[in-house]
Design a protein around this ligand. Structure first.
Ligand code: IMP
Ligand code: MG
Length: 178
């Protein structure tokens, strides 16, 4: 694993500190109101697991399986929502959690889907943001780190399904792609 990494962009310690801060910001925003967290599988599971342990507000957890990359590093134009929610989100405060906001297509389509179910509010929280890649005006309400337009792995993010377990975020050596 480690031998495939070109450069570590975010260390485990830096990530831990920031996720703790994000938890405090989200707690302050919702001050005591219950939220439903919708986490986007598979990439957001590591971030979500750490984030919820830094939240004091009451919450329930739901998951959506979304596929946008397959085995390549290019997103398909239309992300596919491959599962449905177990919760009734109507009248509830929803927080959508994803690993990375890239073109914005995934969060845009998931937000639209959630909005169609008449929640009390919809917010979004992403671990990483690549603002240079945005294809729409989507903005996350909370974002952990802004990063340049480079493909990264670790902390839940994968390349062809691998590297999700790395506790840090890094770039891959070019030899891995070829
Ligand atoms: P978007 O729909 O283009 O915003 O893409 C969001 C999804 O693309 C994320 O949930 C990730 O699964 C995937 N993605 C985007 N950039 C990267 C990356 O650098 N590494 C791994 N996955 C990525
Ligand atoms: Mg993903």
């Amino acid at each position: 694993m480690k031998k495939d990494i070109k450069e570590v962009l975010l260390t485990k310690e830096v990530i831990q500190e920031r996720v703790m801060e994000m938890g405090q910001e989200i707690d302050r925003h919702f001050h005591g109101r219950e939220i439903i967290i919708i986490t986007l599988l598979d990439g957001a599971i590591v971030f979500t697991a750490d984030l919820i342990r830094n939240l004091a507000i009451p919450l329930r957890l739901d998951c959506l399986r979304v596929s946008s990359y397959g085995d390549s590093t290019d997103p398909e134009t239309a992300p596919r929502i491959l599962s449905s929610l177990k919760s009734d989100v109507s009248g509830k405060h929803v927080l959508i959690v994803d690993d990375i906001l890239d073109t914005g297509n995934t969060l845009q389509s998931v937000s639209n889907e959630v909005l169609s179910q008449k929640p009390a509010s919809v917010h979004s929280c992403v671990f990483l943001d690549k603002p240079d890649r945005r294809e729409n005006g989507f903005k996350a309400d909370w974002s952990g780190f802004s990063i340049p337009d480079e493909f990264v792995v670790g902390y839940g993010l994968d390349y062809a399904g691998r590297y999700r377990q790395l506790p840090y975020v890094g770039t891959l050596k070019p030899s891995i792609y070829s």
